[in-house]
Design a protein around this ligand. Structure first.
Ligand SMILES: [Fe+2]
Length: 284
């Protein structure tokens, strides 16, 4: 095969290399890449320098694309490509980007199956901060002691945009706060904490969108959620990617949390994001 994979860490991360760049855009490559994303959670294509059209081509070969945040941002390029930036001229709602400083899965508070994968191309790499961290929620679940697995079996988390913005609420100007926090109509979505995938594998469904747990006192629920998050984010199960311009990363959003290390707007950090639709709702 003309593309090659090498593991980065034991439980997470694979680096991709290729003999000829054109080898990345074939249906055979897409099949191998999709399987590797499911197996290894995060795939890194170092300095591949994709154009938007090339990123969309890979996205479409991997599965039907989905738009997560289209209506919240102004785009001067292809509307299927979302520009992740703190530049208000491009993204008038930087709160959504600031919210990504906290561990999360994409698409848990909207009314559709969580996207299968997120794809990011680095257009401007920050020289300070702005790395992306990933942790495998498959490895985290599998590594839990049996007692803990039993204790969380059957629990249901309540997810909302409001919960995911609560860590940064004090930084939103007061006159905008209620409007920003209320986006999504204040809608809440419930998902089992333990996701039994159609494959039979299990993963954790947690992160900053999780406000509380159904039927549990709020302090105990939040303490449990934080303990699970700390467990999942331990070095064994996680990977930090320091971006270089042109790097392209695909990760399995159904089996991982991610977050950005805080960075300043002055770094100019710019990422182009596409997403692949999920086919499975979270199920117990
Ligand atoms: Fe995200």
């Amino acid at each position: 095969m003309a593309i090659h994979f090498s593991n980065i860490k034991e439980f997470i991360g694979t680096r991709v290399s290729w003999d000829d760049r054109a080898d990345l855009f074939t249906p055979e490559a897409a099949t191998a890449i999709r399987a590797k994303v499911e197996e290894r959670t995060v795939l890194v294509f170092p300095e591949v320098d994709l154009t938007d059209d090339e990123q969309l081509k890979i996205t479409e070969l991997l599965g039907p694309k989905v738009r997560l945040t289209g209506k919240f941002n102004v785009q001067d390029n292809n509307e299927d490509v979302y520009q992740v930036t703190l530049d208000e001229k491009i993204n008038p709602q930087p709160e959504y980007v600031l919210g990504t400083f906290f561990w999360h899965m994409d698409g848990l508070s909207v009314d559709m199956p969580p996207p299968f994968a997120t794809l990011l191309s680095c257009r401007i790499a920050p020289d300070k901060g702005g790395e992306t961290e990933f942790c495998s929620t498959y490895a985290a679940y599998e590594g839990l002691p049996d007692d803990d697995k039993q204790a969380i079996e059957g629990l249901v988390g309540v997810h909302s945009v409001r919960a995911s913005l609560s860590p940064i609420a004090d930084a939103i100007p007061e006159k905008h706060r209620e409007r920003v926090m209320g986006i999504g109509g204040g809608m809440e979505r419930e998902h089992p904490i333990v996701w039994t995938h159609e494959s039979g594998r299990k993963s954790l469904v947690i992160g900053t969108t999780t406000d509380r747990i159904v039927g549990m006192e709020v302090p105990a629920a939040r303490a449990l959620l934080i303990r699970l998050q700390e467990w999942a984010a331990q070095p064994n199960f996680s990977l930090r990617h320091k971006w270089k311009k042109g790097d392209f990363v695909i990760w399995d959003n159904t089996g991982a949390m991610h977050r950005a290390i805080p960075y300043d707007k002055s770094t100019g950090r710019m990422m182009h994001r596409t997403s692949i639709a999920g086919t499975e709702a979270v199920a117990a």
